[in-house]
Design a binder for this molecule. Structure first.
Ligand code: MAN
Length: 403
């Protein structure tokens, strides 16, 4: 009995430790689930955002792309007009420079005439030319320009590119929603999220209706989810992964919570025996008892095992028998019974079931197996889990524990 009570204590310690482990898991899963919920929420938001962005891109493509939307046509025309003006300006500048050369040449000629002519020689033509030249030279004109103006002119004449003038490619393949139609979406960004989603859905359904009624070509698939972009696919995958993690964690938590709610007997001691198995050789079979799990009949001649019941709760039974000198017996008093039901179906009979009557013993062992009726079994089993302290108390000195 002393050994049995010691073992019972060990079982109780094990049971408490196992219970604590499950409680820790429940707590752990609680915080894990919170984190997974945040992840799912983020993934949902991200998917919504990516989908919206993709829609905008589609709208932009139809507005600015080769499909010839208003802005696309306008930007193409503006670019060719700018090119045309730049070519004219270049030509005009060349002409100006050539003319300037000629003016300088003429001025040199007239300067030479002014310097070298003979004023005593009465030639009216020469005199008029020199006077005219002097007037011309003295006159203020606005046909001269500064070096800075010339530099500006050179800059304007340079080809447009990313660093100079207008970056036309930006208007052709820019991802940002700058098109006239996409501006609508920019405006919708100022709306509260619920209204924004509502607006998107409305626009999508209106477009779908127009496509279905043949009023709008579906070619661009602007709002259709048929050809989903990689970005949307990735975002969707991230969401389903996060949802899977969350569901798994929720299921695990549920499983552990149910385990905590389960009846593991007095002080939860049977938790320490859960899934532990003991066997007994008896007649044609070896009988197996797995605590809180199954009872089985294993044929010694080979062949498959027969399930004699699945654990399905507790019952009590009043025992009234002598215990032999080996201490292996039910004795007298109220005994816990583990019920194993719904085992393999019995030919011409019920599903197999087993009543497992527990009595105190130092170690777990099956003492006796019987088949009281066809396919209704009874096992008398010893385990330290059901030993009672008060029995020891009667026999042992009260003060011993304190010592
Ligand atoms: C097998 C065993 C027996 C049972 C019979 C019923 O032989 O499970 O315990 O009585 O089947 O047919």
């Amino acid at each position: 009995m002393r050994g049995a009570l010691k073992r019972r204590k060990e079982l109780l310690n094990d049971a408490n430790r196992l219970k604590k482990e499950v409680e820790a898991k429940v707590q752990d899963f609680g915080s894990k689930i919170e984190a997974f919920e945040v992840k799912v929420k983020d993934a949902e938001d991200n998917l919504g955002e990516v989908e919206r962005r993709e829609k905008m891109k589609a709208v932009r493509r139809s507005a600015t792309g080769k499909s010839g939307g208003k802005l696309g046509v306008l930007s193409t025309m503006a670019k060719s007009r700018v090119d045309e003006l730049r070519a004219s300006l270049a030509k005009t500048k060349n002409q100006r420079d050539a003319m300037l050369g000629r003016v300088v040449e003429l001025q040199d000629l007239l300067s030479a005439l002014q310097k070298d002519y003979n004023p005593n020689f009465n030639d009216e033509g020469v005199k008029a030319a020199v006077r005219g030249w002097e007037d011309y030279f003295a006159r203020d004109t606005d046909d001269n320009w500064s070096e800075a103006e010339d530099r500006d002119l050179e800059a304007v004449l340079k080809e447009d590119n990313e660093e100079n003038g207008i970056n036309w490619t930006e208007f052709e393949i820019d991802d940002e929603p700058e098109s006239d139609v996409a501006v609508l979406y920019q405006l919708s960004a100022y709306l509260p999220p619920s209204l924004k989603i509502w607006l998107d859905e409305k626009m999508s359904s209106v477009r779908q209706m127009l496509v279905e009624n043949g009023l709008l070509a579906s070619k661009s698939d602007a709002f259709s989810a048929v050809a989903e972009s990689k970005a949307v696919q990735d975002a969707r995958k991230a969401l389903s992964d996060a949802q899977l993690d969350l569901n798994n964690a929720r299921n695990d938590l549920k499983h552990h919570q149910e385990d905590l709610d389960k009846d593991y007997g007095p002080e939860g001691i049977f938790r320490a025996l859960k899934d532990q198995c003991v066997e007994k050789d008896s007649g044609e079979y070896v009988y197996e008892l797995c605590f809180l799990s199954q009872t089985k009949q294993k044929s010694k001649k080979g062949g498959a095992d027969t399930v004699m019941g699945n654990f399905n709760g507790y019952d009590f039974e009043e025992a009234d028998e002598e215990v032999g000198p080996d201490g292996k017996g039910l004795g007298r008093g109220r005994r816990i019974v583990m019920k194993y039901e719904n085992g393999q179906h019995c030919w011409n009979g019920p599903s197999r079931s087993t009543r497992v009557i527990l009595a105190c013993s130092e170690k777990e062992e099956i003492w006796k197996v019987s088949e009281s009726e066809k396919c209704v079994y009874r096992m008398e089993v010893g385990t330290a889990a059901v030993c009672e302290q008060r029995i020891a108390g009667k026999k042992e000195e009260k003060g011993k524990d304190e010592l």
